[in-house]
Design a protein around this ligand. Sequence first.
Ligand SMILES: NC(=O)C1=CN([C@@H]2O[C@H](COP(=O)(O)OP(=O)(O)OC[C@H]3O[C@@H](n4cnc5c(N)ncnc54)[C@H](OP(=O)(O)O)[C@@H]3O)[C@@H](O)[C@H]2O)C=CC1
Ligand SMILES: CC(=O)N[C@@H](CCC(=O)OP(=O)(O)O)C(=O)O
Length: 343
Amino acid sequence: MTISVAVSGASGYAGGEVLRILAAHPDVEIGAITAHSQAGQRLGGIAPHLHALADRVLVDTTVENLAGHDVVFLALPHGASAAVAEQLPESALVIDAGADFRLESAEAWEKFYGTKHAGSWPYGLPELPGQREKLVGAKRIAVPGCYPTGGQLSLAPGFAANLLEPDDVVIVSASGTSGAGKSAKTHLLGAEVMGSMSTYGVGGVHRHIPEMEQGFSKLAGEPVTVSFTPTLAPMPRGILTTATAKVKPGVTEAQLREAWAAAYDNELFVHLLPEGQWPTTGAVQASNHVQLQLAFDTHANRVIVSVALDNLTKGTAGAAVQSMNIALGLEENTGLLMQGVAP
Ligand SMILES: NC(=O)C1=CN([C@@H]2O[C@H](COP(=O)(O)OP(=O)(O)OC[C@H]3O[C@@H](n4cnc5c(N)ncnc54)[C@H](OP(=O)(O)O)[C@@H]3O)[C@@H](O)[C@H]2O)C=CC1
Ligand SMILES: CC(=O)N[C@@H](CCC(=O)OP(=O)(O)O)C(=O)O
């Protein structure tokens, strides 16, 4: 079976990473690759690491260019994908790396994004309990945000097993600068970011908060409140998340470990490390793998979970391709066999 695929936003970080993965996907033929201000340019001049596609030319992001493919990946700024998606044929599988269709609550969308809610699609994080089944045969998929991927994977097993209190969740993440996209931003220039870490989006305002609360609340069966603080780390890619939550009375360390192990033992990409080994962003770089470790802080009665992933791979493009594989009935890890890189 050959699947024809179009990739929009192909000049950006997320679209470029989708192309990097698809270039090695055995069942895929890459059709249109589209851009906005850089349409008309040769891909090799913009993304020189994509050797196999260097001579391909970026075309405009129009419905005409994207339609006519079996699968369309949207890697566009927030708001832009909804306008394109609604004009694409229902027969095509559309996978949106942006936020437009991630939230079910119109109220939460309008509060955090300040625009009209476009709707919600099946959520492309198959490792959440009950989620994989919703992707099988789906024609529209919303890829999670990069922070909510590690954020939800960190504590999902505890909420699913009813081990955690819903009102005392604290998540702090450090992200590589590619998380902000390719368009130049002063605070992300090398001289500003190298050798320095900084905090941003503080005080319950980051738009990934409702996404994490949505996932946890479904698992817990009651509203879960998340305090989330993102930080910027002097590295090009990767996210290290530290999530902590208060455990319910009587819960033991063994129960916690069993719940996390049961949730992830059969997963191809999410690994609970052996006790004593802690995740590193280096170990998952450019791979679709996620490393995870937990400890029970009995002094504070909290579970502490550390999660490492690559924001562009499992945090975006890898999740998009994994979701495509599930939707189309392919082996889930097709095209995603790459290991991390070291050093
Ligand atoms: N970076 C990350 O780690 C993650 C990103 N995402 C999501 O992926 C999407 C893309 O992000 P990212 O790749 O980082 O961003 P980039 O800034 O790197 O790329 C943006 C892409 O969108 C194109 N574009 C810009 N404006 C428009 C427009 N008005 N209409 C159509 N296309 C446009 C750009 O084209 P051109 O260059 O030609 O102007 C470029 O191809 C976003 O929705 C983001 O939220 C999701 C998870 C993680
Ligand atoms: C470092 C950095 O700036 N990261 C981005 C999140 C990137 C991402 O996953 O977000 P969306 O797909 O929801 O845009 C931010 O905090 O806005």
